[in-house]
Design a protein around this ligand. Structure first.
Ligand code: PFF
Length: 474
């Protein structure tokens, strides 16, 4: 436990909030949220998503931040220490392990997509999207992700930036980076919302994002075979509702040790409950603003709202290629994505780094480089599994390497980690210890305790059962 004695701390509450918002706001908000909202019928998905963020995600933020702060160690060290204090099994340390290992896997492929954003920023600045049509936009993307050299360079460029920041430590690296990058992120987002508002179809966007259509959320198209056989064209399905719950977890950076690690750098004077609410509010506002920036363009240029993962990389470039100042707007947009991804990726490298630092006592630079390069090498497998790239023919249970890692983390590690974290704070840590840690007003504490004890584990448990059912039966 060599690093434990000089465990770092944030220099202020503000620095912590910016770092945590930086972690939460990422590709999940600007890339994933808009396309999922597009597929889930807009307003209804947004409403359900916000309910999950505030009633399930925020109590979990509180839980992770308080566990981290109480432990003052890496997620693994903190969980073991608290379990011991509470006279519980050391096996609770597995929650820490699943976070640290999960974060390591996620950063390995998060960095691949981070690399795409850097490459697309450069492409846009060089005018590569001028007047391209839908086919060319698709060909451009596929030929890029299929190129072993380009994808390797962009992935390691992104990982290199992440390592550089993490190597400089909590105050000198993380804090400094977010104090420059977060204001830049907000400024670019604001410019894009205003630009889209004036030039795109803003009225339709507001209607789409805020006028709920529950049919779209709760029914999905029947299989082509059933339709061909004359069956109903739509069937009831909770897929998108559960998707919204999963997305709320990913977006708040839960269950991967990131928030717990950031919590361990907190001092006792910070109010955890109020901080969690601020983080959740900022995170959802950015997701909504990303929608307000993207959909006016989607509608004005006749693009498909339900396009899916290609929305940002294959559809938007068509619009950037036609609109006035498209080069500037496109470059700013991909720059925004890159910044959002970097402030999240540093929080993903941090849990493994804090653990190895604590375990080995090596200096931070050495640990950051070792872990970053290791995750980078693991990430090459993901990068090369895309398009027609070198490993694209490898399939793990029918999934590409990238999708298999995504499945393992999103569908197994994160729900299980979240479930056991909720059970731990709700049922295995004494109520007194939690009250003392949170120092909340009595009424607020009771609301939090109820949500953490009953609501979160039930909701996460349902998701997990559904995932297993779909995987095994579906
Ligand atoms: N919250 C980030 C996003 O929305 O892109 C991703 C993320 C970062 C997830 C850190 C989990 C995490 F621990």
């Amino acid at each position: 436990m060599a690093g434990a004695a000089q465990h770092a701390h944030w220099s202020s509450r503000w620095a912590f909030i910016m770092a945590a918002v930086g972690s939460a706001v990422g590709l999940g908000n600007i890339w994933k949220f808009p396309y999922e909202a597009g597929q889930g019928g807009g307003g209804a998905f947004v409403m359900v998503y916000l309910l999950f963020v505030f009633f399930i995600g925020t109590p979990m933020l509180v839980a992770e931040l308080s566990l981290g702060r109480r432990g003052q160690l890496s997620p693994i060290g903190s969980m073991k220490k608290i379990a011991q204090e509470e006279k519980r099994s050391p096996l609770w340390g597995l929650i820490g392990w699943s976070g640290v290992v999960g974060a390591f896997i996620v950063i390995s492929f998060y960095s691949v997509v981070g690399g795409w954003t850097l490459a697309y920023m450069v492409k846009s600045a060089m005018g590569a999207f001028s007047n391209i049509d839908a086919q060319t936009a698709q060909d451009t993307f596929v030929s890029y992700i299929s190129n072993p050299v380009m994808t390797l360079v962009s992935h390691f460029a992104f990982m290199g930036i992440t390592i550089f920041i993490v190597a400089k430590g909590v105050q000198g690296g993380l804090e400094k980076a977010v104090t420059y990058l977060m204001p830049a992120l907000f400024a670019i987002l604001l410019v894009l919302v205003v630009y889209s508002g004036f030039t795109g179809d803003f009225a339709k966007t507001v209607d789409f994002l805020f006028n709920p259509d529950f049919d779209e959320l709760l029914y999905k198209a029947n299989s082509p075979e059933a339709i061909a056989a004359g069956g109903a064209t739509k069937v009831f399905s909770l897929d998108m509702v559960l998707q919204a719950l999963g997305q709320s977890f990913f977006s708040l950076s839960l269950a991967l040790g990131s928030i717990m690690t950031y919590g361990s750098y907190l001092t006792r004077d910070v109010n955890v409950g109020r901080s969690a609410l601020t983080i959740a509010a900022a995170d959802s506002s950015v997701a909504l603003m990303a929608g307000l920036a993207i959909f006016p363009i989607v509608f004005a240029y006749g693009l498909d709202v339900a396009e899916g993962g290609g929305l940002v990389f294959m559809s938007l470039p068509i619009a950037f290629g036609q609109m006035p100042f498209g080069i500037v707007v496109g470059t700013l947009f991909f720059g925004l994505l890159a910044v959002a991804a970097i402030t999240s990726s540093i929080s993903l490298l941090e849990p493994p780094v804090s653990y190895v630092e604590e375990k080995t006592g090596w200096n931070r630079r050495k640990v950051a480089i070792t872990m970053g390069v290791a995750a980078g090498v693991l990430g090459v497998l993901s990068a090369y599994s895309q398009g027609d790239n070198m490993l694209s023919s490898i399939s793990i249970f029918g999934l590409s390497i990238m999708d298999a890692k995504d499945f393992l983390t999103n569908n197994i590690i994160m729900p299980l980690g979240g479930l056991f974290t909720a059970l731990f704070v709700g049922w295995f840590v004494s109520r007194k210890a939690m009250m003392e840690e949170l120092a909340m007003e009595d009424k607020t504490f009771r609301i939090w305790y109820f949500l953490a004890r009953f609501v979160s584990p039930t909701a996460i448990g349902i998701i997990f059962i559904k995932i297993i059912y779909d995987t095994v039966v579906g």
